[in-house]
Design a protein around this ligand. Structure first.
Ligand code: SF4
Length: 181
């Protein structure tokens, strides 16, 4: 089977894309790189849930230690942007860029991301980041919009069946502020 490096933001969002990619004949290798997540306890919660799911669903998983400074450096000057704005574009570019680098390191020829399963994100911004990075690195980006074909609904169902931890905000400290408003 052809391997694809699947960038995952959490277990809930990864559940349907893993199922879908397998049905398309790919072997998804999952990569958790999300320096945007705040605070550290939340990072640990999301990662722990994904580790548990990797054992249950039997997929290979790689992850990085939390380095908040990566996110802060990358989004400096965009702190006040609303969700779906410029800060999110920077955030996608950072996470997908590192995913393509990791794919290179693992000799995997293609990458994609679970980020498109969420109806709260702008797919066009995610695809633009993925396509730009693909041109820069030579690693193919698979532009799957995972929310299609009821993807969002199915991923929520799988999360419920597996009693997964579900967060209430996107990830960064600014997105906590938006939920509270
Ligand atoms: S709202 Fe979400 S996508 Fe946007 S910068 Fe924050 S964590 Fe990244």
């Amino acid at each position: 089977m052809k391997k694809v490096l699947l960038h995952a933001c959490c277990a809930v969002c990864a559940a349907y894309p893993i199922r879908f990619l397998r049905s398309e004949g790919y072997e998804p290798v999952v990569y958790f790189y999300n320096p945007n997540i705040y605070p550290e306890i939340e990072y640990k919660r999301r990662l722990d849930e994904l580790v548990a799911y990797s054992k249950k669903e039997d997929f290979e998983l790689y992850f990085e230690e939390l380095k908040t400074e990566d996110f802060e450096k990358n989004t400096k000057g965009y702190e006040k942007e609303p969700e779906k704005g410029k800060r999110c574009e920077k955030c996608f570019y950072l996470r997908l860029g590192k995913t393509a680098q990791k794919a290179k390191e693992l000799s995997i020829d293609r990458f994609t991301t679970t980020l498109t399963v969420s109806p709260h994100k702008v797919t066009r911004q995610i695809f633009e980041a993925g396509n730009t990075i693909s041109k820069e690195t030579g690693i193919e980006f698979l532009p799957y919009d995972f929310k299609k074909k009821d993807g969002f609904k199915i991923t929520q169902q799988i999360a419920k069946e597996n009693n997964m931890y579900k967060q209430t905000y996107c990830g960064c400290k600014y997105s906590i502020r938006e939920v509270k408003q």
